[in-house]
Design a binder for this molecule. Sequence first.
Ligand SMILES: CC(C)(COP(=O)(O)OP(=O)(O)OC[C@H]1O[C@@H](n2cnc3c(N)ncnc32)[C@H](O)[C@@H]1OP(=O)(O)O)[C@@H](O)C(=O)NCCC(=O)NCCS
Length: 192
Amino acid sequence: MPTLSGRGRRPTLGRGSRRSRLPYAEAVSPVIRAARLEDVPVLAKIYGHAVRESVATFDVTDPPLSYWRERLSSAERGDHLVVVERDGTVAGYACSSRFRPRPAYARTRETSVYLLPDAVGQGLGSLAYSHLLELLRADRMHSAVAVVAEPNPASVSLHESLGFELVGTLREVGRKFDQWVDTRWYQLRLEP
Ligand SMILES: CC(C)(COP(=O)(O)OP(=O)(O)OC[C@H]1O[C@@H](n2cnc3c(N)ncnc32)[C@H](O)[C@@H]1OP(=O)(O)O)[C@@H](O)C(=O)NCCC(=O)NCCS
């Protein structure tokens, strides 16, 4: 069973729930915990891979390490950065931050999740993201918004399986690797 540490809560996995069917369930015990300052190098490594190898992010150069330290230091309600550890090593993270800076957006968070390439397809993304959404609900955030650059079938499946609704597609709003990239916009209402 997955375990949680740090600020996280132990998940309640009902019989037959999605997460109870995840392939790692009997093999290893992933841990979800709040990211710490010492995780900054691995956070940068995980994200840097996506920067260089994919259109999943529209960054084209690695952000400085100070970017991660600033994210970690945010005390704003609804801002979270959680890591998922596999065999004691950080394999990915999920994070939330303000959707837009203006005050009326305060209870909407933009959410994201990234894993190391050798950690994908094992349920770790779902695990980290589910935990993040629980934190947002506990914070009384109202809505989560995720932007998925196409093509990204794993991210599309992940968001749809967690209940996100496709609310629109922006055509050719990004240009990376000499090609135009569409973004799918997903939204999840966190409160009834
Ligand atoms: C997107 C990402 C976080 C998904 O995490 P993951 O641990 O690989 O996904 P999971 O194993 O939890 O699977 C989640 C769902 O996606 C499906 N899925 C996983 N990989 C898939 C793939 N390559 N193609 C289609 N579906 C896929 C799973 O079957 C599962 O669906 P289900 O819930 O209906 O059973 C991960 O692949 C990743 O880090 N990719 C690179 C970075 C990235 O693209 N981040 C997203 C930015 S928007």
